[in-house]
Design a protein around this ligand. Structure first.
Ligand code: C2E
Ligand code: MG
Ligand code: MG
Length: 444
């Protein structure tokens, strides 16, 4: 490993290796030295299923494993190569003066061999594999682009079954452009912690103040910035990734809410509403998973609401009844989301163990302005009450809509009039005991 360019070495504390920032500088320096004539290769090495080892054996064992792997990688490299740690379970290699792509392939094969040898830890032997992405420099290459391309190739290797290496090529680039349309990008987002939960306050229209929050998923995409769920939930659903993503959202939301509840005690516990997708509802383990998350996070079970859209419930209403009963048996509550946009059968609605209807924002939008919308919103609130359910209005944006909802006797409301969804940290800046009586919330 060369240290010639370590004028400002920023290092990874665990392994003592250069970190990403330092690595990119070194790649840049190497490209400058080669002046576009000598080829440089960047490898991104991602350990497969490292999280499982870490979860099963604990963080200390996980750290020990990473240190051993770092040693082995150093051993496999030439003195002129640079090894760095990208963070988590990922490493970077800069290979100067590679003859051709075959050379980079040979190196990747050597690294694969080194990593797949068993690692001895205190609790016994562990086997790990790695997915490796390789990018080599062409004319006009830049350091950040090379690292990004190698990273894209690494995710392609994971996508193609892991424990393999992939060379970045034009087709990989096409895939990268379409990042939002690939399942591997979603998997990467989950593994790298690119998802975030935002919280939108739910307002108690009778008593005033915040009664709780709805958890709404966001993707902090490294290049595209904040991405709304409308752009990726569909893909998460078709790839099945919504199951782990949804479990993550529930856990994050419950953990944060438990914190607020503890800080605000003895005030009544704030509620938390989490959206469930059809795919999650079809998972036989859902009730047990929910019970485990509620128990582990310490959130008050009685304060957890799960939101399910009308159509999801009606596709197979008979089995939905069973699942909802099992969920209710765990002490959580069920609300029907986007009510009025689907095709509920009233006879099923009566039998479903739900406790609230969320009036869709398309009806709230025209409240008091459009006769048809007003009639439909009125019908939704009346239906909720006729069935003994609570009504929650979504997408309230104006004082006029709020006034209409109050006249209708709608119990709760959410919308930009009160607050947009925020990361917990923003809400946390408010003294938690004031959350329940958050002033300026559109009270008339
Ligand atoms: P939803 O559950 O009906 O959530 C309400 C949506 O309306 C949110 O959009 C929220 O940001 C937006 N909204 C709130 N107040 C207003 C308002 O006053 N005006 C307008 N125009 N919009 C308002 P978002 O966050 O983009 O979520 C869209 C949908 O994505 C959600 O609709 C939900 O169906 C789905 N979703 C969000 N997070 C998750 C999740 O963790 N899991 C699953 N399965 N679905 C989720
Ligand atoms: Mg919802
Ligand atoms: Mg909704």
């Amino acid at each position: 490993m060369t240290d010639a360019h370590a004028t400002r070495p920023s290092r990874d504390p665990l392994t003592g290796l250069p970190d990403r920032v330092d690595f990119v500088d070194r790649v840049g320096a190497s490209l400058d030295r080669g002046a576009g004539e000598k080829r440089v290769a960047v490898l991104v090495i991602g350990l497969d299923h490292f999280k499982m080892v870490n979860d099963a054996l604990g963080h200390e064992a996980g750290d020990g494993l990473l240190e051993t792997i770092a040693q082995r990688l150093l051993w496999a490299l030439r003195p002129s190569d640079t090894l760095a740690r990208l963070g988590g379970d990922e490493f970077l290699v800069l290979c100067e003066e590679v003859g051709d792509a075959d050379h980079a392939h040979e190196l990747a094969a050597e690294i694969t061999d080194q990593i797949s040898r068993p690692v001895m830890l205190e609790d016994g032997e562990v086997f790990v594999t790695a997915s490796i992405g390789i990018a080599t420099s062409g004319p006009g290459a830049t350091a950040p682009a090379l690292v990004r391309d190698a990273d894209t190739a690494m995710w392609r290797a994971k996508d193609r079954g892991r424990a393999r290496f992939e060379l970045f090529d034009g087709r990989t680039r096409e895939g990268a452009v379409d990042d939002l349309r690939t399942g591997s990008a979603l998997r990467r987002a989950l593994e790298r912690g690119e998802f975030a939960v935002y919280f939108q306050p739910v307002i108690d229209l009778e008593r005033g103040g915040v009664t709780g929050f709805e958890a709404l998923l966001r993707w902090r995409h490294p290049e595209r910035g904040l991405v709304a769920p409308g752009e990726f939930i569909g893909l998460a659903e078709t790839t099945g990734l919504i199951v782990p993503i949804g479990a993550w959202v529930l856990e994050e939301a419950c953990r944060q809410t438990a914190r607020w509840q503890e800080e605000a005690a003895p005030a009544p516990p704030l509620t938390i509403s989490v959206n469930l997708s059809p795919r999650q509802l079809a998972e036989p383990t859902l009730p047990d998973d929910v019970a485990r998350i509620v128990r582990d996070t310490g959130v008050h079970p009685d304060s957890v609401w799960l939101e399910i859209t009308e159509n999801t419930l009606m596709v197979d209403a008979e089995s939905a009844i069973g699942v909802l009963q099992a969920l209710q048996g765990q002490g959580v509550h069920i609300a029907i989301d986007d009510f009025g946009t689907g095709y509920s059968s009233l006879s099923y609605l009566k039998r479903l163990p739900v406790e609230a209807l969320k009036v869709d924002q398309t009806f709230v939008d025209g409240l008091g302005r459009d006769a048809e919308d007003t009639a439909l919103a009125t019908a939704c609130v009346s239906l909720a009450h006729a069935l003994g359910l609570t009504a929650i209005a979504e997408g309230v944006e104006s004082p006029a809509q709020l006034a209409e909802l109050r006249t209708l006797g709608c119990e709760f409301a959410q919308g930009f009039l009160f607050a947009e969804p925020h990361p917990a940290i923003d809400l946390g800046e408010r003294p938690v005991e004031t959350l329940g009586t958050w002033a300026g919330l559109g009270a008339d």
